[in-house]
Each structure stands twice: as structure tokens, then as C-alpha cells.
Design a protein around this ligand. Structure first.
Ligand code: PEP
Ligand code: MG
Length: 599
């Protein structure tokens, strides 16, 4: 193939796993091979069905073998993805539909399989949900493997990677990733994928830089090209000039230096220089994230989003399955607390076997606690599982999207009923389990004084609070410029909620994304929040900022910003204030592209 020499070409994708790497590209051919479509004679039908069955077996054996070969326990944790692929290969509909098509339409196995896959894909595509998108990619990976098996391709280049390379592929299945000798992989670059794709999650937990969703990577990059990739900003440079490489290496040096500095803070308390102590806790979505809590120094789990446990599957998790998961969390965290939020389903997050209601405004529809109160059996099951797990550690219960006192009273009545049932059945649980509410609906923030009498703690969910208070759909890119965490309305709401909670002598946490923004750390501290809950990797940096600050300065900062009238005035004032006090922290992370375009 003729070499298209591209020099110093910047491509921009989604930074899926942080880290800057310079290395040679290794191109993996994972473009979906369009299999040959052939008609077959009536006498060939049985052998074609047999050929399909053999390919199924072959693919299953390959996956089982990959699974067995994974020795590294950290990589092994992710092998459940291989089970998902095995499940697809065992799916009765996939097998039967393909065989029926071979028989009825007299077409070769590849063509029949393609038709079945298209049908399944269309069914998944009709469901608007990030997790179903992932199932669609699992389907693609499995079909590509089956097509390879049908074509008799047993081994592929992926297992033979040597040296240290950046893998460039159209798409990578988790099975592909697990099959590689990860010691030889210094980075991943793919055309497809999003931040929550399995490969991205795997890359993050293994600490391998990755950029996904580049669209044109395989079109622009040749095997052997020199690449520099920045897994935080999402930048890829193909055959960089020496000057560009140097600027990336310089950024890497700055970030590394800061990270070495920052990680030292992980195990220290989040205490300011004038002795004010807050709690830094973790937001998690899967119990598999538990090991990272220790690494980053989380002092507990402030928000366990239970949705993932319920999504992505045909049957809802039974009480027992949920109990095992919650118990694992309770035991692993003990003696620290883990806050389990009850199902926040609805809106754009739907359950697979639950009909999607035609709601005009799903974000304001049957969501979260409203869904739980309608599907009372699902709710009671979850409460029972959480209560049972509470006997094995310290759990707290957090209720999402509460809009007024009536709802929390109803929830508590149901909780009482579930508790009574457990007592009667002589099942242990923590009778004093604390119950808190998310403050994320404006009416809840305005009536915080009333709510505070009914609950043990508040947790402010700024992601939704901002959307509901400012009337800005949090997923609508047309109005995203108005999604302003530092809008005076939001700051007033937070300050009032904190003051109200403290008057009622209950603690107040913040668990929206705003809590993980280092530039806002002192505003939140100055407003008096007791707990900050965020993605675990953000904790050390936040601790460092808090430990190098004084509470009285933070209070003065808050007084000052309350004099401004717009979010942009507040934002620029705060950023300047932070850069002056923490120059290293706030300049190291600006990307090479940002630095280039601003100079
Ligand atoms: C929030 O709304 O801020 C929050 C933490 O919940 P979620 O992002 O899951 O809606
Ligand atoms: Mg929310």
C-alpha cells in the first residue's frame, strides 16, 4: 500500500483515559469485513447450517480460551465482558433466526447471520440509551468474530504485538483488548467509541492512555507512523514535528510532576490550614470501582448510583443479587459509610423490559423516586436488599429527585413497612440506617427547612439542580452555554440549603460534577459544605487544594463573589483568584492545543 505521509496532523477525539504517550502506531484491522453473500442450492442447506454451528463453537472456544489465559487479576476483573459475548453466542434468537434464514432463503451462513444481526441491531437502536449502544457494539464484536470464524481465520495479528506500540483500530472489542499482551501496549486510539465504552473503562482502570471517537484515525494513520496522544485532552498528532513532540513532553512533565505531588495528598485528611475538616467521598457506579477508593483516598462513598445494576439486562436484578452487591460495598467500606442511592431510572435511562412511556418532558416525568413509587415492588425489593446489606457495614440510604415533604413521608412509610417485614422474618439490618435526600429539584431547595426535619442528611445534586433551576436541559448542546454552575441563582440556592441544614443540625454533601471542579473547591468550602463526593481520581487534587487553603479566605471569597451579578464575572474572578494561589495546579492541565491557540 502506498504510504500517505501525513506530518504534524492534529486529530481530535474523546479523551477516554488520561496520559501522554509518544509511540509507533500498530494498525489493527478491525474494519467490519463485508462477508460474501451467496445463494446456495437445496442440497447445500444442511452443510451450511453445520458450518454456522461450527463457527459458533469455534468462536465460543476462542472466547473461553482468552478468558482462561488472563492471569493478571486486575485484567481478570473485566472478563465478565467475555461472558456477555458468550451469552450473545448462546442466544437462542440469534442462532435460530440465522438457521431459519439459511433454510428458508437458501443463502450462505454469512448472509443469514448478517440479516439476523441487522434485526437485533435495529431493535437495540430503537432504545435511546447509552448502555444499549454498548450492547450494539458488543453485538458487532461478536458478529465480527463469527465472520472471522466462518472464513476460517483462527489466529490474528493482535496476539503477536511486540515492543511497545499505540494500537490504532476502527473499533476494539473488550475481547480484543483482553487478548493483547497489555505489556506491549502503551496506548489505544479508535475511530469509534465513547467515554463509557468497555474498552475506555478498561483502559482507564489499567491506566493506559486512550482516545476514542476519532472517526478518521484509521484513515489518516499508517502502521509505523509516529504518534503523540494526549488521553486527557483527546488530541492525537500524527508524525509530529520535533517542536510539537517537545511541547507534549513538556506538558507531560508538568502533569507528572503535579500528579506525584498530588497523590501524596490521597491519604491525608481534607483539612484546611486553619483546622476546618471536610469529608471527601467517592461517586461510584459499579462496585468494581472499590479498589480505586483506597488509592485515591476516598473517605467513604457519597453516592453509589445503582442504575447500572438495573440496566443492560433482560431481567431486573433479584433482591438476592442486589443484596450481594450492596453487602460487598458495605463490607469493603467498613468502618466508613457507603451511601446507596435508590434507583434514579426514567427520563433517558430506561429499563430494558419496561415500556418506554411517550413523555414530552422525560426529565420532568416518571423519573427516580416517582418511578420507584409507581413500581412499588421494584422499590421494596431494592430497600430490602439495602437493609439486609446494612447489617454488614455502615450504609446510608439516599433518595433521588425528592420535590417535597409528602414524597419523603411516603418513602419513609414504605421503608418502615419493609423494616417490619424483615423484623418479622428475623432478618438482621441496621434499624438506625440514615435516610437522606438529594436536593436537586428547586422546590426541595426552597422547602429545605421542612425536609430537614424528616431526614438525616442532604446531598446536593448540582447536575440536575442546575438544569431544573435554570431551565437548561443538561443534555441539550444548543443551550449548554447557559448551563452555569456559578450562576448567582445556583450559588444562592446552595448557600441557603447549607445554612438551613446546619440550623437543623444535619450535614450537607454535594455530589454533582461541580464538586469535582478544583476551581470551585474554595467556593464550596466557603459556603460551608460538609462533604464533597466526586469521581475517585479527582479526590487527591481536591485534598491538596483544601489543605493548602484557609477556611477564612474561602469565606471571604464567597462574600466577594456574592457581590457579582453574572456567572461569567464570578467565573473569571474565581479562576484568577485560584491561579494566583495555585499557579502550578491551574496551568499544568491546559492542553497543548489550548496553549498553541492562545499564544
Ligand atoms: C446530580 O443530579 O447532581 C447527581 C449527582 O445525580 P445524577 O447526575 O445521577 O442525576
Ligand atoms: Mg440527579
Amino acid at each position: 500500500m502506498a504510504n500517505r505521509l501525513v506530518t504534524d496532523k492534529f486529530i481530535h477525539g474523546i479523551g477516554a483515559s488520561a496520559g501522554i504517550i509518544i509511540g509507533k502506531a500498530f494498525l489493527v484491522d478491525r474494519s467490519l469485513v463485508r462477508p460474501a453473500q451467496k445463494r446456495i442450492g437445496p442440497g447445500e442447506v444442511d452443510s451450511e447450517v453445520e458450518r454456522f454451528r461450527r463457527a459458533l463453537e469455534e468462536s465460543k472456544n476462542q472466547l473461553a480460551e482468552i478468558k482462561e489465559r488472563i492471569l493478571d487479576p486486575e485484567v481478570r476483573q473485566h472478563s465478565f465482558i467475555l461472558d456477555v459475548h458468550l451469552m450473545i453466542l448462546n442466544d437462542a434468537m440469534l442462532i435460530q433466526d440465522t438457521i431459519d434464514t439459511i433454510r428458508k432463503r437458501k443463502v450462505n451462513a454469512e448472509w443469514a447471520l448478517e440479516q439476523t444481526i441487522d434485526k437485533l441491531d435495529a431493535a437495540f437502536n430503537a432504545i435511546e440509551d447509552e448502555y444499549f449502544k454498548e450492547r450494539r457494539s458488543d453485538l458487532r464484536y461478536v458478529s465480527a468474530r463469527l465472520f472471522r470464524s466462518l472464513q476460517g481465520k483462527k489466529h490474528d495479528d493482535i496476539t503477536k504485538i511486540k515492543g511497545s506500540v499505540i494500537v490504532v483500530a476502527h473499533d476494539l472489542s473488550p475481547a480484543d483488548t483482553l487478548q493483547m499482551n497489555l505489556k506491549h501496549i502503551s496506548g489505544f486510539v479508535t475511530d469509534m467509541g465513547g467515554k463509557v465504552s468497555h474498552t475506555a473503562i478498561l483502559a482507564r482502570s489499567l491506566g493506559i492512555p486512550a482516545i476514542v471517537g476519532l472517526n478518521v484515525a484509521t484513515a489518516l494513520i499508517n502502521g509505523g507512523d509516529l504518534l503523540v496522544i494526549d488521553g486527557e485532552s483527546g488530541d492525537v498528532v500524527v508524525n509530529p514535528t520535533e517542536e510539537v513532540s517537545k511541547s507534549f513532553l513538556e506538558r507531560k512533565r508538568r502533569i507528572k510532576f503535579l500528579e506525584r505531588e498530588v497523590i501524596k495528598y490521597a491519604s491525608l485528611p481534607a483539612e484546611t490550614q486553619d483546622g476546618v475538616r471536610v469529608q471527601l467521598q467517592a461517586n461510584i457506579e459499579m462496585v468494581d470501582e472499590i479498589p480505586s477508593l483506597k488509592i485515591y483516598g476516598a473517605e467513604g462513598v457519597g453516592l453509589y448510583r445503582t442504575e447500572i445494576l438495573f440496566m443492560n439486562r433482560k431481567e431486573l436484578p433479584a433482591e438476592e443479587e442486589q443484596f450481594q452487591v450492596y453487602r460487598r460495598l458495605a463490607e469493603a467500606l467498613h468502618p466508613a459509610h457507603a451511601t446507596i442511592r435508590t434507583l434514579d431510572i426514567g427520563g433517558d435511562k430506561i429499563l430494558s423490559n419496561y415500556p418506554k412511556g411517550n413523555e414530552m418532558n422525560p426529565a420532568m416525568g416518571l423519573r427516580a423516586v416517582r418511578f420507584s413509587m409507581k413500581e412499588i415492588d421494584i422499590f421494596k425489593n431494592q430497600l430490602r436488599a439495602i437493609l439486609r446489606a446494612s447489617a454488614f457495614g455502615k450504609l446510608k440510604l439516599l433518595i433521588p429527585m425528592i420535590s417535597g415533604i409528602q414524597e419523603i413521608r411516603q418513602v419513609k412509610a414504605i421503608l418502615q413497612e419493609v423494616k417490619r417485614g424483615l423484623t418479622k422474618a428475623k432478618v438482621s439490618f441496621d434499624p438506625e440506617i440514615q435516610v437522606g435526600v438529594m436536593i436537586e429539584v428547586p422546590s426541595a431547595s426552597i422547602t429545605a427547612d421542612i425536609l430537614a426535619r424528616e431526614v438525616d442528611f442532604f446531598s446536593i445534586g448540582t447536575n440536575d439542580l442546575i438544569q431544573y433551576a435554570l431551565a437548561i436541559d443538561r443534555v441539550n448542546e444548543h443551550v449548554s452555554y447557559l448551563y452555569e454552575p456559578l450562576h448567582p441563582a445556583i450559588l444562592r440556592i446552595i448557600r441557603n440549603v447549607v445554612q438551613t441544614a446546619h440550623q437543623a443540625k444535619i450535614p450537607v454533601a454535594i455530589c454533582g460534577e461541580m464538586a469535582a471542579e478544583p476551581a470551585y473547591a474554595l467556593i464550596l468550602l466557603g459556603m460551608g459544605l460538609d462533604e464533597f463526593s466526586m469521581t475517585p481520581a479527582s479526590i487527591p487534587r481536591m485534598k491538596r487544594i483544601l489543605r493548602l487553603s484557609r477556611f477564612e479566605d474561602a469565606v471571604a471569597l464567597v462574600d466577594r463573589i456574592f457581590q457579582f451579578q453574572t456567572a461569567s464575572e464570578i467565573e473569571s474572578y474565581v479562576r484568577k483568584w485560584m491561579v494566583e494561589r495555585f499557579p502550578k495546579d491551574f496551568t499544568a492541565h491546559s492542553s497543548v492545543q489550548e496553549t498553541r491557540s492562545s499564544s
